[in-house]
Design a protein around this ligand. Structure first.
Ligand SMILES: NC(=O)c1ccc[n+]([C@@H]2O[C@H](COP(=O)([O-])OP(=O)(O)OC[C@H]3O[C@@H](n4cnc5c(N)ncnc54)[C@H](OP(=O)(O)O)[C@@H]3O)[C@@H](O)[C@H]2O)c1
Length: 345
């Protein structure tokens, strides 16, 4: 049995669900993979909880009940301690970064990834910001330090699009990719199509938990732009979110656009569009009602990929949600655990 030490940075929806899944699947993981994951620290925005040396199961269960920002109030906690200090002190095998996606080069998450790699840890991300801002820098740094960065949960969090491209399409070139990759806006567009106003649709999406109370990153295309930049970097060439062209945002004008499209029996979708050798774009497109992508409903995601050898592929599935996101992080943790330390596979 091999022990893999996890440092968990961020203890909100996704971080907590990951702990629940790790607890629930402990025996299956041990039996199938001969791996025991142990958590050596958990950081939230206010401090860090340390293990002795790992955080015991009963303390993890207790941690799941503490309010936001209170992880350091538990025995072994240090209020005011930063996640990057915890990485340096403990030296985990892998750091899971699930703090909010803040697209600012000074955001703490970027330093967390830097420090993790410098301390020889792999990194597993649901936070999109580090790779949306500095894909090439982090990937090169990881390679030079013999570490790896896994980021399947950043895009289509519940569906393994990143693995599909990274492993399934290895050696083939993607010519274009079109993706419905933001569940919130797809849900809102669907409601407007059913007759709700823009305001009513956004309100309903928040009430039903399909949109965060702060939904502007979704409606302004920033979340889609982040995903577009990571996918472009992965499948074409490295690019920053700042070079993604946001052609449209979702605002009150969408009511008229959808009304016009309906008259022509077309559906409106908000997508990321990637073409090799062109800047990635975020925009509204119209599709005929029969088009498979036009039928993607609610918070489902879907991508259509065309390779340069003229194959067309479609991948559809859940895009977000704490449970599927946590399970995808678990998959990346297992991929990381199979690394031969100090080498690359
Ligand atoms: N939710 C999803 O379905 C989903 C899907 C795919 C990707 N993601 C991405 O996953 C990440 C986490 O999402 P979430 O829904 O779990 O967010 P969340 O509920 O807001 O949780 C964020 C956590 O990060 C902590 N945090 C904030 N700043 C920190 C800092 N400087 N150092 C350490 N911890 C810090 C917060 O601390 P406090 O508890 O003290 O506030 C909180 O525990 C985001 O980047 C999101 O874009 C989410």
């Amino acid at each position: 049995m091999r022990e893999v030490k996890i440092g968990l940075v961020g203890f909100g929806n996704v971080g907590r669900e990951l702990v629940r899944q790790l607890l629930a699947r402990e025996y299956i993981i041990a039996e199938r993979f001969s791996i025991r994951f142990s958590i050596v620290f958990i950081a939230d925005s206010k401090g860090v909880l340390y293990g002795t040396p790992t955080i015991r199961k009963d303390l993890l269960e207790k941690a799941l009940d503490v309010p936001r920002g209170a992880i350091s109030s538990l025995k072994g906690g240090i209020r005011g301690e930063l996640a990057c200090s915890a990485v340096e002190k403990v030296g985990p095998d892998v750091v899971v970064e699930v703090t909010p996606s803040v697209y600012d080069l000074n955001a703490p998450a970027l330093e967390n990834v830097d420090v993790a790699l410098e301390n020889g840890a792999d990194v597993v991300l649901a936070n999109k910001a580090p790779l949306a801002l500095r894909y090439e820098y982090f990937m090169k740094k990881a390679v030079s330090l013999g570490c790896r960065i896994f980021f399947k949960a950043c895009i289509m969090a519940g569906t393994p699009l990143v693995d599909f491209i990274m492993y399934g399409l290895r050696g083939r070139e993607i010519g274009s990719l079109v993706g419905i990759l933001n569940g919130t806006t797809n849900y809102v567009l669907g409601l407007i199509e059913e007759g709700l106003s823009f305001r009513e649709a956004v309100k309903r999406a928040v009430v039903e938990g399909y949109a965060e109370p702060n939904y502007t990153t979704d409606l302004e295309g920033i979340d889609l732009a982040a995903k577009a930049s990571i996918l472009y970097s992965l499948s074409m060439k490295p690019i920053s979110i700042n070079n993604v062209i946001i052609e449209n945002k979702i605002d009150g004008s969408i009511e008229e656009i959808i009304k016009d499209a309906k008259l022509k029996r077309l559906k409106v979708k908000y997508v990321a569009v990637l073409f090799r050798n062109e800047a990635p774009r975020v925009k509204l497109i119209t599709l005929s009602e029969e088009n498979v992508m036009a039928q993607v409903k609610g918070v489902q995601n879907c991508v259509k990929i065309r390779t340069l050898d003229e194959s067309e592929m479609l991948l559809m599935g859940p895009g977000a949600g704490r449970r599927v996101t946590a399970l995808t992080l678990l998959s990346d943790l297992l991929l990381s655990a199979h690394k031969v330390r100090g080498g690359r596979d």
